[in-house]
Structures are given as C-alpha cells and as structure tokens.
Design a binder for this molecule. Sequence first.
Ligand code: ATP
Ligand code: MG
Length: 361
Amino acid sequence: MSFLQLDHVSKHFGGLTVVDGVSLSADKGEFVVFVGPSGCGKSTLLRMIAGLEEISAGDVSIDGRVVTGVAPADRNVSMVFQSYALYPHMSVRENIAFGLKMAKTPKDQIETRIADAARILQIETLLDRKPRQLSGGQRQRVAIGRAIVRNPKLFLFDEPLSNLDAELRTQMRVEIAKLHRELGATMVYVTHDQIEAMTLADRIVVLRAGRVEQIGTPTELYDTPSSIFVAGFIGSPKMNFLAATITGQDSNGLRVGHPAFAGGEIHVRPTTNRPAPVGSAVTVGLRPEHLTLGGADPLLTLTVDFAENLGGATQLYATGPGGAAVVLMVPGRPPVTPGEVLAASLGAGQIHLFDGSGAAL
Ligand SMILES: Nc1ncnc2c1ncn2[C@@H]1O[C@H](COP(=O)(O)OP(=O)(O)OP(=O)(O)O)[C@@H](O)[C@H]1O
Ligand SMILES: [Mg+2]
C-alpha cells in the first residue's frame, strides 16, 4: 500500500465541484508535485490531505490509516503556506517552538528539535530575531523550520517560494531538494513554476478543472504528454502548436499536411492506437528547443518576426505560411534579422501529434 493514497476524492462548495474524483498515490519518501492552472483545485486538494478542508466524497489515507474525519493535528502532517504566516511579535525561536508547546512537548526536546532544524536550514544565528528583521527567504526558512520540528510523516507545501525573487527562489529550490534528501520524508508540493516542478518532482500530477489530467515522472510528461493540455503546460517556452490535417497514411506513418511544412506535409509515427482518419483536423506539437536553424532536409520555412537575445541563447519568434506562429529556442546568437526567411529542422526532439479532442495520437 502507498504511503499517501487518495481514492476518488471530491470537494463540492455548494453546487460547485472544485475537486472531482481525484485518485493518486505517493510512496514513502516520494516527492510529488501538483501543477495546473489557477483555480484547478491544487490548494483545496492539499488542504483536504492536511485535514483543513472537509472531504465531500472519497477517502484519504496516510501510512495505511484512513484519515478522512481525523483532526489535522492527529494526522502527523505539516503544511507550509505561500504566506509564511509567522507570528510577528514572537522571535524566530518562539515561532518554531509554538506548535510543539501547544502539543505539550517536553522543553528539552523542543530545544533539541529547534537546534536540529536551525542547523539544517542554516538559521542558527537568526533564532532571536523577530520576523520583521528577516528577509523573505529567511522567513520562508523559518516557516519550513516550523514544519520540520513537528517531525511529520508528510510535508505539504503550497507554493512556498512564490513570494521570493528569482535568485532566492533558485537558492531555496536547491535547499528544499536537499531537505528532502536529508529528511527522507514524503512531500507533496504545489507550484506554478515549471523549473521547480521538473527539478524537484519524482512524479508530477497535472490537474485540470479538479481532475487529474496526467501523472508521470517529469521526463514522461515532457516526452510523452497524453494531451495538448499537458504538452502546453510542461516545458518552457511553451510547445508550438500548428493546426494541421491528416492527408494519408503509409508505411512511414501518418501523413500530416500544413502549408508551413516543406513539401506541404510530414510523416509522423503515432504512439497510440487512436483513430486518425484522413481529412481529420489534428494539432502538431513542436518544442521550441528541439528546432534548429538550417539543416539539409528542413522541416519548416519561417519568416522571422523578432529575436530576443537571452545571453547564451536566442528566442526567435517566427511565422510560417498559413499563419503558423512558431517560437524557436536556439543556442548562441545567430545573425538573423526580422523579415528574414529561415529554414528550420527538427533536432533531437520528436514531433507530437494530437487529435481533435486534444488527446495524443
Ligand atoms: N471556500 C470556498 N468556497 C467556494 N469556492 C471555493 C472555496 N475555496 C476555493 N474555492 C474555489 O475552488 C476552486 C479551486 O480553488 P483552489 O484554491 O484549490 O485552486 P488552486 O488550484 O490552488 O489555484 P491557485 O493556483 O490560484 O492557487 C476555485 O475555483 C476556487 O474559487
Ligand atoms: Mg492555490
């Protein structure tokens, strides 16, 4: 049995269903990341796991015990919120100790646990400060410290880094990965950040309108998204989508037509057994980082709209015949000018194909 298990969990607010029959599991020590658009139910799901929100239907079990109906304090779960919610009048030490004092933990144990957490989070020198005397990143460490000292079986993080600037975010992301390794605890982590999801997760759960759209390792979701939705959500810059048509099928796979393709069509080998009748509308997906400039047998002909120099790489915005908008992420600073016509080839990546319903073909 998995360490954390959700069986057909739903949440209704009045007549509104915001989480709709979600089933998923996490093994002991696993790092699971929830991603999905705003309002898709990520926080609600976390809060139901924590016991802060009543479950309308279904069951949650933690470490083999059904906790539906068990009070939050008795679930052995710690949650870290986006707003650190530290008590402003208490010192860092008192903030971290607060939950333990409430649980009537012996004083010497509180001291030991605070010392351990402070060492792990490198906040030993800050223990006597008040929250207002801390930077955002330091406050976030204190909030995590408060979760650590309770020695929970399960950590829940709801966008813990979203209030930090880019540099601190990167630093804290590495800290959280280290923390996970050091504690070996099971973690469920909500984020909007592509890089956090890809780098921290053992598995990513993509949620859409209260339902699970796809669950997989970061590599699985990146390489074989099961739908346009997942394809567009995982990866940055976003995958390019071209509205195309199935023109035939032969021993090389499906023939897919679009005026931007060299010769008007390309071959794509389907990865599923879904039907793709001739004449049906499909979407071709190409990742910006998989397209290269030039090539002996180019895939696309494009006109450059503008180029963004990112230092080590260049992001090109281009348009193809038939109004296909295509973004390319290419290394270095190729000497291209707006209005220039370019050939682009597909490098190491693959061509993704989706049917009219958005499912991968
Ligand atoms: N107490 C409530 N009463 C009514 N609707 C609610 C309540 N709490 C949340 N919702 C609704 O439930 C849906 C899911 O909310 P939730 O906070 O879980 O989304 P989220 O995925 O965490 O979004 P975000 O990325 O913006 O944080 C939203 O449409 C929200 O408006
Ligand atoms: Mg949320």
